[in-house]
Design a protein. Structure first.
Length: 266
């Protein structure tokens, strides 16, 4: 979401809800919460009920990184969004910069403060983002509420099948960010061949594969036509086509963002 073009983004957010979308995903670090809040007010004023929209944002681990920083940031996010409660609140990443030796204790401290927000009725669900198995277990083994959501980069060329299956076995919903991040021509070729069979686009095939894999794709477009197209998924991929997409997986194809190589070490 382009925070430098707020009016355009507010319009797109409103259009997306009117188009049928019901999950709005943002984060403190994105700098877009105020835009989301403006769009939500327009929607609520137009008669859209609050419980018809699932709104989630993310706690960004800041220094000093501890449970004490959660409340302040949460209250700022709520003011930005103009809401009385959040549907979901996530920890944005497991191993923030410069906390490699203490991240476990800090994650637990943050999580316990998030549990208090649930107890107070200010948050309905709490979860994580970009967490590996060990990061999830470190929380689950030391806290009262287990993570309910893990938002991961999942797309046809980076599927994270083992991690996604681990989450599902523990009752953790898997949201997939970057579901359309397909950079390899050979993967796009496979998706396009499947798309031609169903009379749809390769983008729709990528999204449908994600959904049929049991994930909740979180996608974004600056084009209302594309937003509508992303919702037009009234077809079913065959087992053969699902397998063809599964074979597109390449473990090293994820975005080279800093936390992936760093978190592998801790």
């Amino acid at each position: 979401m382009d925070k430098d073009r707020p009016d355009e983004m507010v319009v797109l957010l409103v259009q997306s809800i009117l188009c049928g979308y019901r999950l709005i995903d943002t984060a403190y670090s994105y700098g877009t919460e105020k835009m989301v809040g403006t769009a939500l007010k327009l929607l609520f004023d137009a008669g859209i009920p609050r419980d018809a929209i699932f709104v989630q944002t993310k706690y960004y681990p800041v220094m000093p990184y501890s449970g004490k920083s959660v409340r302040k940031q949460f209250e700022e996010s709520m003011e930005n969004l103009g809401l009385d409660y959040l549907d979901a609140y996530l920890i944005h990443q497991p191993v923030p910069r410069y906390s490699e030796l203490e991240y476990t204790e800090r994650n637990i401290s943050v999580w316990k403060e998030m549990e208090r927000l649930v107890e107070e009725g200010k948050v309905r669900h709490i979860g994580v983002s970009n967490f590996l198995e060990r990061h999830i277990l470190q929380i689950a083994e030391n806290c009262s509420i287990a993570p309910e959501i893990n938002q991961l980069e999942i797309n046809p060329q980076f599927q994270q099948r083992g991690l996604a299956e681990f989450c599902k076995k523990r009752g953790i919903s898997v949201q997939s960010w970057g579901p359309l991040t397909v950079t390899e021509d050979k993967v796009k070729t496979v998706l396009q061949m499947i798309a031609d069979k169903y009379g749809v686009s390769w983008v729709q095939v990528a999204l449908k594969w994600n959904i049929q894999s049991g994930n909740i794709p979180v996608c974004f477009s600056k084009n209302i036509r594309h937003l509508a197209e992303n919702m037009a998924l009234d077809f079913e991929l065959s087992d053969k086509d699902m397998e063809a997409v599964r074979l597109c997986n390449t473990a090293d194809a994820h975005r080279k963002t800093w936390w992936y190589p760093r978190q592998q070490m801790y």
